[in-house]
Design a protein around this ligand. Structure first.
Ligand SMILES: *Cc1c(COP(=O)(O)O)cnc(C)c1O
Length: 374
């Protein structure tokens, strides 16, 4: 794997990422543009290689949370159109205007601010964000006519679309999504000339009526289920993209009744073999996983025992073959032999969703990008 350095790393399978992108393509069909979301450093997996792989795979554009993220990709040679899901922070307007990045707009104050930096000869493309029921950012539906009227007086901005975001699409049986789609439909009819974007991963997979002109897949591209805990990635044909591995740095033979690690939160019940693994909460392996999670070693499960420390943790390998020694690979996330620890399983242990499992992956770990099939 890596020749030098601390043996804790991420393997990112770009072929699986592209397969997940193809799944989006097959699901939305031709004629629907795909702007994968690579915000938050590509959900923690590294925005630059991911953006370049998606560009090569035929993405029509990319969505980012912030102008800073778009700038990073642009400097790395990504040439796709970029859509910013939030208004650029003060100080970044000039760059956004210069680059012609598309901006999701949800306040008139932002519109006026951006307009002062804009050049009517090359107006800034904006998507008017509507709150169809998310209850977060977006103009209330009733305000839309007045908003459109005001925007028409700002020649530095050009309204290129309407956008909204789904609140409950991850729970397909909830009626909120249908109500949101109905509201979006009424808006679309009022502004029939404008392209619409509504769907995230859950909308793409579970609500064909949410696809409209362009979609914004995030988690499914990265191999996570948008439906957790109701559905796993494999239920939907989403392929795992990331594996997280470390190595045993020491094997301890401990007598019965020994405390292991901080707080002695684990006491060996019998004579035990305890493996120290060089990964901890500073790497994103949450402290709440202590005495709870499992890892894979030689394709077999072993429990994490005691508290997870900042840089290390302990695994009880008493039940595993005695051939397991220092240097052995430990799989925290991903396939090992016949078994796999999925992002959903880690998310369940962490009482969260796969999104957070990925976003918390520590940025100090080397990432290895694998281009061939998994
Ligand atoms: C993050 C985000 C997405 C992607 O959502 P997933 O559930 O990861 O597919 C789409 N649209 C907006 C506005 C977002 O903030």
């Amino acid at each position: 794997m890596i020749a030098v350095g601390r043996p804790t790393w991420l393997e990112i399978h770009l072929a699986a990422l592209v397969d997940n992108f193809r799944l989006v393509q097959r699901t939305v069909g031709e004629g629907v543009a795909i702007f994968p979301v690579v915000k938050a450093n590509g959900y923690g997996l590294g925005a630059i290689p991911i953006a370049l792989a998606l560009q090569q795979a035929g993405a029509h554009g990319l969505c980012l949370a912030m102008a800073e993220e778009a700038a990073l990709l642009q400097q790395a040679g990504v040439t796709l159109p970029m859509a910013l899901l939030s208004s650029p922070a003060p100080g970044l307007e000039k760059e956004v205007v210069r680059q012609g990045w598309q901006v999701f707009l949800y306040t008139l104050a932002d519109a006026r601010r951006l307009h002062t930096f804009a050049d009517p000869a090359h107006p800034l493309p904006v998507h008017v964000k509507v709150d169809t029921g998310m209850g977060r950012l977006g103009f209330p539906l009733d305000d839309l006519p007045a908003v459109m009227t005001e925007l028409a007086t700002l020649p530095g901005l050009k309204v290129v679309g309407l956008a909204s975001h789904l609140a409950c699409a991850d729970e397909p049986q909830r009626p909120v999504t249908r109500l949101q789609m109905e509201k979006m439909e009424s808006v679309r009819q009022q502004y029939a000339h404008l392209p619409v974007s509504l769907a995230n991963s859950a909308g793409i997979l579970a609500h064909a009526a949410s696809h409209y002109q362009w979609v914004r897949p995030g988690i499914m591209i990265y191999g996570g289920s948008p439906f957790h805990p109701q559905g796993t990635a494999s239920d939907w044909g989403i392929k795992p993209v990331v594996a997280w591995k470390s190595r045993i740095i020491q094997v301890r033979e401990m007598a019965a009744g020994c405390g292991v690690g901080y707080g002695h939160a684990f006491i060996t019940p019998t004579a035990s073999r305890i493996a120290l693994v060089t990964v901890g909460y500073a790497d994103g392996y949450s402290r709440c996983l202590g005495n709870l999670a499992q890892v894979l070693i030689q394709g077999r499960r072993a429990p994490v025992v005691g508290r997870v420390s900042m840089d290390s943790m302990a695994v009880d390998i008493t039940q595993l073959p005695h051939s397991i020694q220092e240097g052995e690979i430990v799989t925290l996330l991903g396939q090992d032999g016949q078994d796999a620890i999925t992002a959903e399983e880690l998310a369940t242990w962490m009482d969260t969703i796969p999104y957070e499992v990925f976003c918390r992956l520590g940025q100090r770990m080397p990432k290895i990008y694998l281009r061939e099939g998994t």
